[in-house]
Design a protein around this ligand. Structure first.
Ligand code: ADP
Length: 458
């Protein structure tokens, strides 16, 4: 019992957490339900309408027969012939019997009938008495059983009267509902067929949508995993930052005394320094990723001359390019350049990433930084290299987290695969755009474009 209770409450919790699934289940029940209700309702109201119409027709036939019978009551033979004709040619194709009766004491006697065997029979029926005394047409549904077959009939009793209103007798007409029932049956069968087909279609759609449910659930789980990943990156990078900074501090103390140490230990210290530098880069990248993803990275835009920032970064990094034997050039725009509304520190980070990559992924040749301003309100900073380049497939995934090109040449170059993702996010946070062009073994060009602050026309 407890097990069932737990199961039910876990289903309820599941539905509450996954409202899409709940809504879909509701639709699964509602759509076929509405279809069934609609079919039943349509068939029922059609049956009611047809029944009502048949009754009206029977009443009309009754009053026509009553009209011509009033003149012929004195001549039963002619009346009989006329009634026979009426039924044979039929006022209504479903007319089963027409009977003319005259009062006989408390009861009524058959004067003429389409069923000749009934002539002269005495008919005691409440129906007749009511129609006679109320001087009104009475209609009711009756059932007959003939040869084990039940038939529904409209029995209409209408008084026969002189033009002045004195009652002379009664007309009874029996009209069968068989035709109407057959038509209702056909409509019912057709409706049920359409209903079954519609429900089948709905079920097919639902079966197809079952995969959508799975995707919805998967998506929900992915979101949770993504959140967990964000939290992990945030915690890990924060926790790593302090020990890395401490280790760097201790190593810098040792470095000051490096000269007095044996050459072998000096080389070990250099290696430790490089490894620590890489670890520090990784921690910084992770910290940036978590700040960006959790929208904690504040951008502080001020009007900036981007040439100043690019020039500083160029100065800082050209040494490492030259050390590698690369030619490195800076071609700033020399004309009047309006300022750009950006956060200089973040822009600096963008330039450091792009220039570091250009130097890192170029084995020989040249790295060139250009600033182009063609007075269209945009300024472009491009970093071009003659490095290892990359394929079109790599370019597509370049700006995704942790993506690194895995070819023979790039394999041995260390990195985190986070720099370009961070670069793109920072660029877009400052309303800029980043573009890449690259040819494998020829080189790459990364360009960032920003809008300049419009200058007032003199
Ligand atoms: P990483 O830390 O690996 O350099 P990035 O996000 O900066 O991470 O770059 C992602 C990948 O893009 C790199 O691993 C490298 O394969 C490729 N890449 C980036 N810049 C260049 C470049 N200038 N030339 C060739 N490949 C590059």
């Amino acid at each position: 019992m407890q097990f069932i209770k737990n199961k039910i409450s876990s289903y309820i919790r599941f539905l509450a957490d996954n409202q899409q699934v709940f809504l879909s289940l509701l639709l699964i029940l509602l759509v076929p339900g509405i279809l069934v209700f609609n079919t039943v309702f349509v068939v029922k109201s059609m049956d009611d309408n047809m029944n009502y119409e048949l009754r009206l027709k029977a009443e009309m036939a009754g009053s026509i027969v009553a009209r011509y019978s009033s003149d012929l009551l004195g001549d039963p033979t002619q009346l009989q012939a006329k009634i026979k004709l009426t039924v044979d040619e039929s006022l209504h194709s479903s007319t089963r019997k027409v009977t003319i009766m005259v009062p006989e004491g408390e009861n009524f006697q058959v004067l003429a009938s389409s069923d000749q065997s009934e002539i002269s029979q005495i008919r005691p029926q409440l129906q007749y008495t009511v129609a006679w005394h109320q001087h009104a047409t009475i209609a009711q549904l009756v059932q007959t059983v003939q040869n084990h077959q039940t038939e529904r009939l409209w029995q209409v009793v209408t008084p026969i009267a002189t033009p002045t209103g004195s009652k002379l007798g009664l007309v009874e007409i029996l009209v069968s509902t068989a035709d109407m029932d057959a038509r209702t049956q056909t409509v019912l069968v057709n409706s049920v067929l359409v209903l079954v087909a519609s429900i089948g279609l709905v079920l097919l759609l639902i079966a197809n949508n079952a995969r959508l449910f799975q995707y919805a659930l998967l998506f929900h789980k992915l979101q949770e995993v993504d959140k967990m990943k964000d939290n992990f990156i945030s915690i890990a990078s924060h926790e790593l930052k302090t020990p890395v900074t401490a280790a760097k501090g201790f190593l810098s103390l040792v470095e000051q005394e490096k000269q007095v140490l044996p050459a072998e230990i000096q080389s070990d210290i250099n290696k430790a320094n490089m490894s620590l530098e890489r670890l520090s880069d990784l921690v910084n990248d992770l910290l940036n990723v978590s700040r960006i993803e959790q929208k904690r990275l504040a951008i502080d835009p001020v009007p900036t001359d981007i040439r100043t920032v690019v020039g500083e970064v160029f100065e800082d990094l050209s040494g490492s390019a030259q050390k590698k034997g690369l030619t490195i050039e800076y071609h700033p725009f020399t004309g009047e350049l309006p300022p750009v509304l950006i956060d200089p520190a973040k822009f600096r980070q963008i330039m450091v990433n792009l220039l570091t990559n250009a130097i890192k992924y170029t084995i020989s040749g040249k790295v060139e930084v250009n600033i182009i301003f063609e007075d269209l309100g945009k300024v472009a900073v491009s970093v071009k290299d003659t490095g290892i380049g990359m394929s079109a497939g790599d370019m597509e995934k370049l700006f995704t987290q942790f993506y690194r090109v895995r070819n023979r040449k790039a394999r041995d170059i260390v990195g985190t695969g986070l720099g370009l993702w961070i670069t793109k996010q920072l660029t877009e946070m400052m309303d800029g755009k980043i573009l890449v062009e690259s040819i494998e073994d020829v080189g790459s060009r990364f360009t960032v474009v920003f809008s300049v602050i419009p200058t007032k026309k003199k």
